[in-house]
Design a protein around this ligand. Structure first.
Ligand code: SAH
Ligand code: SF4
Length: 394
């Protein structure tokens, strides 16, 4: 057979899917290079190229041999999600709409403050946990994001701020896993992406500046301390099980006492014993904002090293809730402070571009599943049963 014919046949063969190196942690990259018969130190070179230089073209990676560059081109890629739009609020908050494979869109927000710039990153398309006051939850669930799609969000923000060059306009100094989705329901991909955030040869963020927020997937939280030591935020929103069952349905499976104990165990595993859990409490008018709730919360948290972050509810169309009044907010804060807690109030940012907590909706292409889900709900099947059927909760 002539060489020309052989080449044509090769061209006609279905291409094996290329592996996306963007989402591989340092250890997974080392394994990858070993598997393809290359030295493990190539992992350090590549991770630096991608996440410190912002380079996605193998041909421009000048410290790799030409042969290796060609080989990588054949079998691998560095593929980013696509930016659909980026809006900037009058207060400097930025919100991106990002398209991922399959056509759905997620949202990502950057909040600039005097001494830091915080990026709020999504972990899933939609969310199955169905908290009653959350726009993401109201959309239903489409799928988990891959580790490349999670770390790709940080890459996109860094790139748009020129952070890969010395003349950076702004910087991402902190990451919070508080965008769309429940990070612990996408455990492996979130852990891999967070390890790239912390990796010295990538973004090099300190573990104090990366925060995972969870509404209480206890078995996964119990596992987290073995593989990660990022900061932890727990979304409580209610001081007793009866009210929390209504607002955060996963509480029916893992009630408050179990959740709080698991959070306590997590920080106790940390070598640095000064670390505290952040307790998030979204305040809704007449729902969970009374003095009695504040007093009950003070008792509930007495053995947990924590600080409390009060979040005035951010309204969205059809939510059925109203935000807390200033009087109720101040009263709630004062009761907790009088009990000795450190309390902060989250100011709403990016109001004009709907970039606040709980308002992220993106575009979830999952209408069929959504309708199915709502029908099941009408038949009085608990959301948790639905998730169990989907095999998402262990
Ligand atoms: N799933 C995770 C992280 C994403 S939600 C979690 O629930 O912790 C991030 C934070 O925004 C959570 O504390 C969540 O309860 C809060 N939140 C959701 N909807 C909100 C709304 N409408 N107003 C204010 N905060 C909201
Ligand atoms: Fe999911 Fe968090 Fe929204 Fe609850 S608050 S539905 S866990 S994203």
């Amino acid at each position: 057979m002539s060489q020309e014919l052989a080449d044509t046949m090769l061209d006609d063969q279905p291409q094996k899917e290329k592996i996306n190196l963007l989402g591989l942690s340092a250890s997974r990259l080392s394994e990858f290079f070993e598997e393809i018969g290359e030295k493990k130190f190539r992992a350090t070179q590549i991770i630096k190229w991608i996440h410190q230089e912002g380079e996605c073209d193998f041909q421009k990676m000048t410290n790799l041999s030409k042969d290796l560059r060609n080989k990588l081109h054949q079998i691998a890629e560095i593929k980013l999600p696509e930016v659909v739009s980026c809006q900037e609020s009058v207060d400097g908050t930025c919100k991106w709409l990002i398209r991922v494979d399959g056509g759905s869109c997620i949202e990502m927000v950057y909040i600039p403050e005097r001494e830091r710039g915080t990026l709020c990153v999504s972990s899933q398309i939609g969310c199955a946990l169905d908290c009653s006051f959350c726009a993401t939850g109201k959309q239903g669930f489409n799928r988990d994001l891959t580790s490349a799609e999670i770390i790709g969000q940080l890459w996109i923000a860094a790139d748009s701020f020129d952070q890969f060059s010395p003349k950076a306009k702004r910087r991402v100094s902190n990451v919070v896993m508080m965008g769309m989705g429940e990070p612990l329901m996408n455990f492996d991909n979130v852990v891999d992406a967070m390890s790239i955030m912390l990796e010295d040869n990538a973004y090099g963020l300190s573990k104090r500046r990366v925060t995972l927020s969870t509404s209480g997937v206890v078995p996964e939280l119990d596992k987290l301390g073995d593989v990660s030591d990022v900061s932890l935020a727990i979304s409580l929103h209610a001081p007793n099980d009866e009210l929390r069952n209504e607002l955060v349905p996963i509480n029916r499976k893992y009630p408050l006492a179990t959740f709080i104990q698991s959070a306590k165990n997590y920080i106790e595993k940390m070598p640095d014993n000064r670390r505290k859990v952040t307790v998030e409490y979204t305040l809704m008018d007449q729902v969970n904002d009374r003095s009695i709730h504040a007093r009950e919360l003070a008792v509930l948290l007495k053995d947990l090293p924590c600080k409390i972050n009060l979040i005035p509810f951010n309204p969205f169309a059809g939510s059925g809730y109203k935000t807390v009044t200033n009087t109720a907010l101040n009263r709630f804060r004062d009761i907790l402070m009088a009990e000795g807690y450190t309390v902060t109030v989250r100011t709403t940012r990016g109001d004009d571009i709907a970039a606040a907590c709980g308002q992220l909706a993106g575009e979830v292409n999952d209408r069929t599943k959504r309708q199915e889900r709502y029908k099941k709900k009408l038949n009085d099947i608990q959301p948790l049963n639905i998730m169990e059927k989907r095999g998402q909760i262990g």
